[in-house]
Design a protein around this ligand. Sequence first.
Ligand code: TXA
Ligand code: MG
Length: 346
Amino acid sequence: MTRKQTEYFTISQDAVDAAQIARCAEILSGGGILAFPTETVYGLGANALDGASVAKIFAAKGRPADNPLIVHIAASGALSALAREIPEKARRLAEAFWPGPLTMIVKKSPALPDETTAGLDTVGVRMPAHPVASALIQACGFPVAAPSANRSGKPSPTKARYVRQDMDGRADGIILSEDSGVGVESTVINMTAEPPVILRPGMITKNMIEAVIGPVALSEGITTGEAPERPASPGMKYTHYAPTADVVIVSGTAAEIRQKIAQALRPGEKTAVLTSVNAPEAYRDLPVRVYALGEAPEAQAHALFSALRACDDDGIEKIYAEQFTIGDRSLAAADRLLHAAGYHVI
Ligand code: TXA
Ligand code: MG
């Protein structure tokens, strides 16, 4: 694709500048594509109602055309214009978790072009909680389709500099803002199934959802640590979240993990360890670069993608990642790590 002259904006979530937002909305109204911050990861937006604009997102990302986009709205009332029907449980989840990191799959309205939904009869809708994102969508006056703002296959960008790295010359505009708070993408739940099915785990957890609407299912392959035979969501069948380095997950007790890594090290290979079980000091005597992700699931989710990206910046060739414990709150980061490692666990 021909390189574009990307227009840059710096907008803080603490002081959303209306004049800059107006210019950004103009880019989207004019059919352009623009990267913007959300509370989960940065997104790459286009007018969701305009197929030709949405097609530019696929070209800029190198995204397979059969992978549908999430449509972002600024008020929950906007859901009714995008959905043919809104299940009662969806209304209750919107009430409980919007604005926030929850995407609901519902039957789509004919107003949405095939480009946005990849020809599916359903659409994923989310109302982000980020002040810049909501100001932007409001200023547009139309729903904004936006996948994560990475080149397809790469870890989603949680820092402005990674958006610039991936989208400079590809997007018409880029909003530089603070680091993403959540750090992993929204929970995706299919509300057209009964019971509803979580297709992608996120910070709105299964327990949190069940507290509002009762039992929901987790799609096959999310918990087991094995590659699913059938992808739950079109997006789940592609290599995902992968840095240039080869990623291997290391399982076991803290001592076993350290032992396995020490034994696997190859001389001359630039190696990193992502710690969450062992303290960084456990690797002091080994020739590895340590990235500490923290102990709390929320800290791990926040740090994971930026650590994978930092490994690329640092020229790392091999990444050993300590396995996250699997639990309700840690499922999101554990799932992303499994994808980044192509399910390679030792
Ligand atoms: O947090 C997020 O959700 C971020 C920010 C920018 O909002 N967006 C994001 O979009 O992660 P993306 O395109 O990277 O991931 C969307 C996921 C994909 O796995 C896609 O296949 C799935 O949602 N999806 C979208 N529409 C769907 C549908 N109608 N049915 C099933 N899966 C769908
Ligand atoms: Mg993505």
